[in-house]
Design a protein around this ligand. Structure first.
Ligand SMILES: NC(=O)c1ccc[n+]([C@@H]2O[C@H](COP(=O)([O-])OP(=O)(O)OC[C@H]3O[C@@H](n4cnc5c(N)ncnc54)[C@H](OP(=O)(O)O)[C@@H]3O)[C@@H](O)[C@H]2O)c1
Length: 359
């Protein structure tokens, strides 16, 4: 595989730091530019991040001395890279405009932000689930008037556990309805216990916008391409409650599900254990070997024990059992800043590279 020069826009933030860490020693991608707000621009990356570095591993040596560029200087960033990852905390309209400016400067954008998730010709991809949606990119390029530039996004972190668990069951058994309660870590809000002391020993039953995303985004993932747009699936109906809990990393979900054609427990387990997708078939560098892991122990998966499974890129499932109101219930877990954010975006970029969209 050829080497690609990569930029991170929003490199000083929590997700940006994850990108910087994940790109250290990446076999295909080399970090050559970091960009952030005018507050950071002109400083070295080390100075700009200062005491905000929250990754478990030290800041990569090669990145410390890079001068942070102003993310708004699109041409200056674009000329130093082959594509960018984007994870900025700005107003939605500003993010939409910024990402489109990069695409129009012929610099593909792989985004962690939600701003373009419902733009009909922007693919929102979990590589194991709907890799084929990247085939919309020529239609998006035609709209933007670009040759290379486009935007591709990853979906919200809340659904990266239960959508992968439901997906292998859909074709044979048809999911008719699903109720999900998520228990989401504080890093999902870009916070630590130091920066959010109110969360110590606490649970907050509200995360702005999260329940709508958790119910609606899966339908785009399960949608199809028609006339240059991704048409969301009409079903299954999902209802969600999302709670913020006192964990650093890792989003847990409690799932209740009914099927058109009720499978046995053994059939569900067989589908989970046997499931793999294009990320595994293409042997992408960040893909977990086994995407879905089932734990038979009654007290697993646990956030602290299991979130880092396969470098935080696998999904853990447990406690599958019959329910009194729905057909079955189970719990599942994924790492929100790895599979759910930067890791998922790196995997998407690897898919795009393997399929020639970054050439
Ligand atoms: N944390 C997660 O687990 C998670 C998961 C999924 C999605 N997301 C999404 O990812 C994005 C980033 O989240 P985060 O948690 O990393 O946020 P964060 O820690 O607050 O970092 C925000 C980043 O945006 C930059 N920024 C702020 N204002 C800017 C401006 N006007 N122009 C250019 N850059 C600007 C900041 O630069 P300065 O340092 O210079 O201010 C910083 O690099 C958000 O859209 C968030 O919703 C986060």
């Amino acid at each position: 595989m050829k080497q690609f020069r990569v930029g991170v826009v929003g490199a000083t933030g929590m997700v940006g730091q994850r990108f910087v860490s994940l790109l250290e020693n990446h076999p295909w991608f080399r970090l050559t530019a970091v960009a952030a707000s005018p507050r950071s621009a002109g400083k070295t990356y080390e100075e700009a991040v200062g005491s905000r570095w929250v990754m478990p591993t030290p800041m990569p040596q090669a990145v410390k001395g890079l001068i942070v560029l102003n993310a708004a200087d699109v041409a200056a960033v674009a000329q130093q890279v082959d594509f960018v990852f984007c994870a900025v905390d700005m107003k939605k309209e500003e993010i939409r405009a910024l990402e489109e400016a990069y695409a129009k400067a012929e610099c593909p954008v792989v985004s962690n932000n939600s701003a373009h998730r419902f733009t009909p010709d922007v693919p929102m991809v979990v590589p194991e689930i709907n890799a084929q949606h990247i085939e919309i990119i020529p239609a998006q390029r035609a709209r933007l008037g670009t040759k290379r530039g486009f935007i591709a996004v990853k979906s919200n972190c809340s659904l990266q556990s239960y959508v992968p668990a439901l997906h292998p069951l859909m074709a044979d058994f048809g999911v008719s309805k699903c109720l999900v309660c998520t228990y989401q870590a504080i890093s999902g809000a870009g916070k630590t216990f130091e920066s959010w002391p109110e969360m110590v020993d606490n649970c907050i039953p509200y995360i702005g916008g999260e329940e709508e995303k958790s119910e609606k985004e899966p339908l785009k993932l399960w949608g199809h391409i028609e006339n240059g747009q991704i048409v969301p699936a009409a079903t299954p109906a999902i209802t969600a409650q999302c709670l913020r809990v006192a964990c650093t990393d890792g989003h847990m979900a409690a799932v209740f599900v009914s099927f058109d054609k009720k499978p046995t427990e053994a059939q569900i387990l067989e589908k989970w254990v046997g499931f793999s997708g294009p990320a595994q078939e293409l042997n992408l560098p960040s893909a977990p070997k086994q995407f879905l892991h089932y734990f038979s122990e009654a007290d697993r998966p646990q956030t602290k024990l299991d979130r880092n499974l396969e470098n935080g890129m696998a999904v853990s499932i447990g406690r599958l059992r019959p329910d009194t109101q729905y057909d079955y219930k189970f719990v599942c877990l994924s790492h929100n800043t790895l599979r759910g954010a930067a890791g998922g975006a790196v995997l998407l970029a690897e898919l795009l590279a393997a399929k020639g969209y970054l050439d």
